[in-house]
Design a protein around this ligand. Structure first.
Ligand SMILES: Cc1ncc(COP(=O)(O)O)c(C=O)c1O
Length: 355
C-alpha cells in the first residue's frame, strides 16, 4: 500500500508465476518448461548475434521472424504479430479487442493470467465452468459477450478441443474476437492457425517457451487477419516499439528454421508423457488425457497439497493450484524419462509410507 499508487494499482491482483527456486539437483516439474535445450541452431544464432550490432535498435517490425512464422502455416507477415512472450501478446489482445461492455468469457479452470489482464484493463469477465469431466463445452459460451478466450490444449487440464468444435465457437461469435491460446499445441493438439484466413474473428496465440525450449528468451506470437494484427500493433507501438531485442529475433528465427529439432523434442515428450501417465495410473491416480507437456492428476484418497509437500522434501516440485475445483489436483510437467521415473519412485514411497 502506498499513497503514491493509483486506484488501479491498489485494486490489482497480480499473477503469481510458478516458482524458480535456486536449489541444487532439483527435479523441476512445476512450470512446463522443456527438459531438453533449445535447437543448437538457435543457440548458434544467439551467439552470432551477440556482437557490436547490439548498439543498434532491433527491427521494430521483426519482419524476418514474422515472415518465417507465417510461412510455416501458409500465411504472410501481415498475419503475424510477435511479442515479449505470449503473455505480452495476450495482454495486448485483451486491451485491443475485449472492451465492449460485456463480459469476456473463459473457463473457470484455465490459465490464471486471463483474470489478471481483465483486472488490469478493467474488463468484466464471466467464468464458464468446465463440465464434470473437466472438459470445455462450447455451447456454454453462447450469448452476448466481450470476447472469448480458450486455451487449447487447456492448462492445467491438458485436454484439447478439435477444430470442428473451435469452428462452432467462432461461428457463435462472428462479431467478437475468439482468442485461442495454443501455448501447448505442439504436444498433440490441432492448431487453429489454418482457420485464420476463413475467420476474421480468430486470433491464435503461440509461444517459443514450451515446445521450442526458449522460455528464457521471451518470444510469443499470434496469427490473425491483418485487421487484428494491426490492432495489436497499434497497442504495441503505444507501449514499446521494440519488444523483441536483436538476440530474441535471431534466436527465434533460427528456432523456427529448425523444425526437425522441434519434432524430435516433441516426440520425446509425448513418449515420456504416456509412460508417466501409465505409471501414475498404476499408483492409483486418475490422470486426464493430456495433449500437452504436463499431466493433470489426482489421487482418490490423498490430499494433493500434502503430496506436493512430501515431493518437495525429496527435491521434486510440481504445481498445486489452490481453488475449489483444483484443490484435489496436481499438475506435473513431463520431464526426462529419468525425472519422471524419480517422481514415480518418490510417489510410491510416499504412498507406501502413509498407507
Ligand atoms: C496457457 C498459457 N498461455 C500462455 C503462457 C505464457 O507463456 P509465455 O509468456 O512464456 O509465452 C503460459 C505459460 O505458462 C500458459 O500456460
Amino acid at each position: 500500500m502506498s499513497r503514491f499508487w493509483s486506484p488501479l494499482v491498489h485494486r490489482l491482483t497480480p499473477y503469481v508465476p510458478g516458482e524458480q527456486p535456486r536449489i541444487a539437483n532439483l527435479i523441476k516439474l512445476n512450470t512446463n518448461e522443456l527438459p531438453y535445450g533449445p535447437s543448437p541452431r538457435a543457440l548458434a544464432a544467439l551467439r552470432a548475434a551477440a556482437d557490436d550490432t547490439l548498439r543498434l535498435y532491433p527491427d521494430p517490425e521483426a519482419l524476418a521472424l514474422r515472415t518465417a512464422l507465417g510461412q510455416r502455416v501458409g500465411l504472410d507477415a501481415a498475419h503475424v504479430f510477435v511479442g515479449n512472450g505470449s503473455d505480452e501478446v495476450l495482454a495486448h489482445a485483451f486491451q485491443a479487442f475485449f472492451s465492449h461492455g460485456e463480459p469476456v468469457l473463459f473457463a473457470d479452470v484455465t490459465y490464471s493470467f486471463y483474470k489478471v489482464y481483465c483486472g488490469l484493463y478493467s474488463l468484466p469477465y464471466r467464468l464458464v465452468p468446465l463440465d464434470d469431466g473437466m472438459r470445455v463445452q462450447v455451447e456454454d459460451y453462447a450469448g452476448p459477450c466481450g470476447g472469448v478466450v480458450l486455451a487449447n490444449p487447456n492448462a492445467p487440464t491438458g485436454m484439447a478441443l478439435d477444430l470442428d468444435t473451435i469452428r462452432r465457437l467462432l461461428e457463435q461469435h462472428p462479431d467478437r474476437v475468439v482468442l485461442v491460446d495454443e501455448a501447448y499445441v505442439d504436444f498433440g493438439a490441432q492448431s487453429a492457425a489454418g482457420l485464420v484466413r476463413e475467420y476474421p474473428n480468430l486470433l491464435v496465440v503461440q509461444t517459443f517457451s514450451k515446445s521450442r525450449a526458449l522460455a528464457g528468451l521471451r518470444v510469443g506470437f499470434a496469427y490473425g487477419q491483418p485487421e487484428l494484427i494491426e490492432g495489436l500493433t497499434r497497442i504495441k507501438d503505444s507501449f514499446n516499439s521494440y519488444p523483441l531485442d536483436r538476440l530474441a529475433q535471431a534466436g527465434a528465427l533460427a528456432s523456427v528454421e529448425d523444425e526437425v529439432w522441434l519434432a524430435q523434442c516433441v516426440e520425446r515428450v509425448i513418449d515420456s508423457r504416456e509412460r508417466l501417465s501409465a505409471g501414475l495410473v498404476e499408483h492409483g491416480f486418475d490422470v486426464l488425457p493430456s495433449c500437452a507437456n504436463f499431466v493433470y492428476t489426482r489421487h482418490p484418497n490423498r490430499e494433493a497439497a500434502e503430496l506436493a509437500a512430501r515431493l518437495r522434501e525429496k527435491a521434486i516440485i510440481v504445481r498445486h493450484l489452490k481453488g475449489e475445483r483444483t484443490e484435489a489436483w496436481l499438475r506435473i510437467t513431463v520431464g526426462t524419462d529419468a525425472q519422471c521415473q524419480a517422481l514415480l519412485d518418490a510417489l510410491r514411497e510416499i504412498l507406501h509410507r502413509n498407507s
